[in-house]
Design a protein around this ligand. Structure first.
Ligand code: GLY
Length: 348
């Protein structure tokens, strides 16, 4: 049975560790009340946050609730950035990445380059629950999923296949291989000139009725990617991070920029230092902008020409998000229902 029960032994262990950590940093004030239920997600996760809060109100652990929430998007053939219906790699094969993190135990699980399994987030949870590891990839991840009863399915929908055929037929310089180049070379092709769907992903984090926090990120990754390419989503500290005493953060957008800056971990650490969720997310956007040195990744104004979005909540139930470029919205659900809220941004 899939469940995320926290044993009394684990609970006592994490409580003790949390106490020690509070003494070391000296900066955390324990919340006086439990903030849950609260769930946040990327803009494509309105249904996910609604379902997560509904399940939490029914007694679910935050991890099970957020996974159940994103399953709605993983199985949706119309979302071409996640799970079934996701846009395939350069060879027409759908490869999925996902990670989960469970605050009360501090455990994480992840899968990358997983083919043929519609719900990579469920497999990531099994890595957490049924292995002594954190990340399984490719064939090993698929074998592990089959061992636990998952069926192999063809995840390439007709719509995604047609998009892939169009891409193949118009390849020219629109792939992700780069010739030798220097830091000032700008015109290397159109790899980055993609619409945001091509880095689409869903992140969801929540606080449950016990005040415990958990997170999930799941994606089909960059559309038409070089086979085997792994983005930020399944990497703990990049695509998501969760500290049960502080809060959680997750991302969507250009995974390479996030991988190079470990932003979800950075955001949680900024919240630990007292930043609001929104301020911490903006800080991560700023960090990426400052570290974007290559001309091919910049616009004429020297700003990042790509986008990354971050979503965060803290232990008190405050939520916020920020993007590098342009207005955007994220999904939130709590006792007042599910809705979209605006995100902050660095550049118009
Ligand atoms: N952020 C999703 C990816 O880059 O794969």
């Amino acid at each position: 049975m899939l469940h995320t029960a926290v044993s009394r032994r684990d609970f006592l262990k994490t409580s003790t560790l949390a106490g020690a950590s509070t003494i070391l940093t000296g900066s955390r004030v324990p919340p006086t009340r439990i903030a849950g239920p609260v769930a946040i997600a990327s803009g494509n996760g309105l249904g996910a946050v609604a379902r997560a809060v509904e399940e939490i109100n029914g007694g679910a652990d935050a991890l099970d609730a957020v996974i159940s929430g994103v399953n709605l998007v993983e199985e949706d053939p119309n979302d071409t950035s996640v799970g079934y219906g996701g846009l395939p790699n350069a060879e027409g094969v759908v490869e999925l990445d996902s990670a989960v993190m469970h605050g009360p135990t501090g455990r994480a699980g992840a899968v990358a380059s997983l083919q043929g399994i519609k719900y990579p987030s469920k497999v990531a949870r099994l890595v957490l629950q049924r292995t002594d590891h954190v990340l399984l990839v490719a064939e090993g991840a698929q074998r592990f999923a089959r061992m636990h009863g998952f069926q192999i399915e063809d995840l390439l929908t007709e719509r995604a296949r047609e998009s892939w055929v169009r891409w193949r037929e118009n390849l020219s310089n629109r792939d992700d291989y780069l010739p030798p180049h220097g830091p000032d070379d700008r015109d290397l092709g159109e790899a980055l000139r993609r619409n945001e769907d091509h880095w689409g992903t869903i992140h969801c984090s929540a606080i449950d009725l016990n005040g415990h926090i958990s997170s999930v990120t799941t994606t089909s990754g960059l559309a038409f990617k070089i086979p085997g390419r792994v983005g930020d989503s399944p990497i703990i500290g990049a695509g998501l991070y969760c500290d049960n005493e502080v809060g959680a953060a997750g991302s969507t957008g250009r995974g390479e920029a996030n991988l190079e800056n470990c932003c979800s971990f950075l955001i949680v650490e900024r919240m630990r230092m007292g930043d609001s969720p929104e301020a911490a997310c903006l800080y991560a956007c700023q960090r990426i902008a400052e570290h974007t040195h290559l001309a091919r990744l910049q616009n004429e104004a020297g700003q990042p020409s790509f986008n990354v979005s971050f979503y965060a909540l803290n232990k008190a139930g405050e939520v916020g998000g920020a993007r590098i470029r342009g207005r955007g919205r994220m999904a939130v659900a709590d006792a007042n229902g599910a809705r979209h809220i605006r995100m902050a941004y660095l550049y118009e």
